[in-house]
Design a protein around this ligand. Structure first.
Ligand code: NAD
Length: 382
């Protein structure tokens, strides 16, 4: 990584020029970056209902984020003062020690169909599995574009649920949504196959919708940071103590996870992704053992250095939804130079881990207020 120019001493216009040059923006794209808000009322009106205006938030950029050997410019859209700074400092620490190493389990979403009024739920589950081929064939008529790209539904699961209102059967279709987040696609598939499932089981189909707990669509990121780069053994010990606190106390785990998502969600927001889905998936995954835990994990290795990891459901896309309809989201995706939903997901998770790394380092050596409030006060004065 080359030495980066100091952003804090530059004007907004100078930073824009630097980013435009680094990202290879055309003059037209540079003009879009200069348009405050970057969203016309006409486009806004086509995105949601009952539009009365638009609402702008700052776009920050972090440099020096290295994931799998590639260096990224990462856009972050958020309102909280030190979020961008924490992520950038965490990214730079990691970059001094070979950066982040990431993997992705595939763009596999879960489509759920609820069938009620089933007299023998276990037998009904078996019948659903017996009709697997027929169900998949019907499901894959829903999105020919996705099929042409090699995606689509590829497996069927069925489980009985014993509930307060009686027995029911939940069918889950596993769908490869490729480079799309896939919520609409998966919902369409659920609606398509629901009548067939009702017919197979003799029950009544109710809910037909995706699960945001995308356990088959995980981004996993690992980082190793030497004791020397972190600032000594006491800092490593402080971070490990902070992690142990979060692991054993849901009150702390909640704030730790909020801090980690401070890194991930603003990147999802900048790229037009569904941050509510990402947040819901992250917190449900954090509680998957029955106890709410941190989504990151920190350990010391044989050399005394710090090892960190994150594992996060990553339902994000680079096509579909708002990723292409919001012009600024499209531009910021282009700035990142990501070629797939997988690549975007790994960078988002790595940004979460970078944020958590610097936040824990700061907490272990003093505190967030002590580190950031003086610089915030200076900024307000100028
Ligand atoms: P979408 O409806 O725009 O569909 C994406 C389509 O893009 C696919 O169906 C496919 O036909 C096409 N496509 C083209 N190139 C592709 C490629 N390379 N890979 C995959 N597909 C490709 O978007 P979506 O991703 O189905 O849904 C995302 C939207 O749904 C988001 O706006 C989200 O907020 C919203 N949503 C979310 C929830 C939720 O619970 N999280 C529920 C409903 C809707």
């Amino acid at each position: 990584m080359d030495k980066l120019v100091d952003f804090s001493s530059m004007s907004v216009e100078e930073r824009r020029d630097w980013v435009s040059q680094s990202a290879g923006f055309t003059p037209e794209q540079q003009n879009l970056l200069r348009q405050e808000g970057g969203l016309s009322l006409e486009t806004a009106d086509s995105m949601i209902d009952n539009v009365i205006g638009t609402y702008a938030l700052p776009i920050g950029v972090i440099r020096g984020m290295v994931v799998n050997g590639k260096e990224y410019l990462v856009p972050m859209v958020c309102e909280e003062p030190w979020v961008v700074s924490c992520a950038e400092k965490g990214a730079k620490l990691a970059a001094q020690c070979s950066g982040f190493h990431a993997t992705y389990t595939g763009s596999i979403m879960i489509s759920q169909i609820q069938i009620t009024q089933v007299t023998s739920p276990h037998v009904a589950c078996l019948k659903i599995l017996e009709h697997k081929r027929e169900i998949l064939e019907l499901a894959n008529q829903a999105d020919p574009v996705l099929i042409s790209l090699g995606g689509g539904a590829f497996d069927v699961e069925a489980k009985p649920l014993d509930t307060e209102v009686g027995g029911m059967v939940i069918t889950q279709l596993l769908v490869n949504t490729k480079d799309a987040m896939g919520a609409n696609t998966v919902n369409t598939i659920a609606e398509k196959v629901a009548p067939l499932l009702a017919q197979i089981t003799g029950g009544k189909a109710y809910l037909r919708i995706l699960s945001n707990l995308a356990v088959h669509r995980l981004a996993r990121v690992h980082v190793s940071v030497s004791e020397e780069v972190l600032g000594g053994s006491a800092v490593v010990e402080g971070i490990l103590a902070a992690h142990a606190f979060a692991w054993n106390d849901p009150f702390r785990a909640c704030t730790s996870n909020k801090g980690t998502m401070n890194g991930a969600s603003p990147v999802a927001c900048a790229t037009g992704n569904d941050i509510r889905a990402l947040e819901a998936g992250a917190h449900a995954y954090a509680a998957r053992s029955g106890v709410y835990r941190p989504i990151t994990c920190w350990e010391r290795n044989y050399s005394g250095d710090l090892e960190g990891m994150i594992e996060l459901p990553m339902a994000v896309g680079i096509v579909g939804g708002t990723t292409r309809t919001h012009p600024m989201a499209g531009l910021l995706l282009r700035m990142m130079h990501v070629e797939s939903a997988a690549e975007l997901g790994m960078v988002i998770a790595a940004t979460g881990l970078a944020e958590n790394l610097w936040t824990l380092r700061t907490l272990a050596t003093g505190g967030l207020q002590a580190e950031f409030v003086p610089s915030l006060e200076r900024r307000k004065e100028t």
